[in-house]
Design a binder for this molecule. Sequence first.
Ligand code: DGY
Length: 325
Amino acid sequence: MKRKIIAYNFVLTEALEQLDDSFEVEIFDGINPKTDIAFLHALKEAEGIVGLALPVDKELLDKAPKLQIVSNNSTGYNNLSIDEMSLRGIMGTHTPGVLEDTTADAIFGILLAAARRIPELDHFVKTGNWKQHLTTEQYAIDVHHKTLGIIGMGKIGSAIAKRAHLGFDMNILYHNRKRNIEAEGKYNATFCDLETLLKQSDFVCLMTPLTSDTENLMGEREFKLMKKSAIFVNGSRGKTVDEMALMTALHKKTIHAAALDVYRSEPLSPGHPLLQFSNVVTTPHIGSSTFETELKMANLAVENLIAGLTGKRPKNLINPDVLNR
Ligand code: DGY
């Protein structure tokens, strides 16, 4: 009898080829996990599931009585109810260590895009409006030699600091749960409290994971503390930001601009009021989305899945307590 696996939300097929004949894989891309009958039917038999951003909560787990492992095809795992999974002895894994540089490139890219108004001016050229020299209203702001405040100096935060320090001569401030001595030594980063970071930075880059401590970390008070000339960048998760407070800050010009890769609700709806702001650069959660890195992540996710189902300890196990049961 083959062991049933579900792959969802576009796991690269090259990675799924690691699964040998002892497994039977059903693929569900772009489904609604609450209403898709075929998915819910497959869930009843599934021993392992692998994919991106599926909300794995009590309701879903109740429908998956044979489940042994959820292999998240991402580094962030705020979509998993880990406590609930641990209670049932279900392993959770993720894919750290392969996407840091790629994500740092993307986040630094949107920072540059917002500062230099690249999407706005691209639109200006493509719509045939470039008929004379730029007016002073169209000027941008410099990035080099400015102060970058990074909230969340983990591996991706450090990779952003590296680009900023070595490539752009930026002064780096950071706020983190604990000090990152390596980033201090390599990138001359200065540890400070959140308030100091917000007050002194020209760019505030949010890179924390989403937890109960970081939910709505950036709200009305925090945006008010920022410089009027500052740009806010979010490469963490949408729920770390109170989007209403962000829009108010943009509207009242409490801050200069924003660059966002993540949103409270994804995909962002076409009518979302954030889209009205010409000084907001938006990308569709592209941090890790390159061919090379997506393949590394998918391979790692499938390796974790196979390890968990063949009695080995998955390399990136989030809840090792389940092994002691
Ligand atoms: C991650 O790996 O957490 C990226 O944000 C993709 O979800």
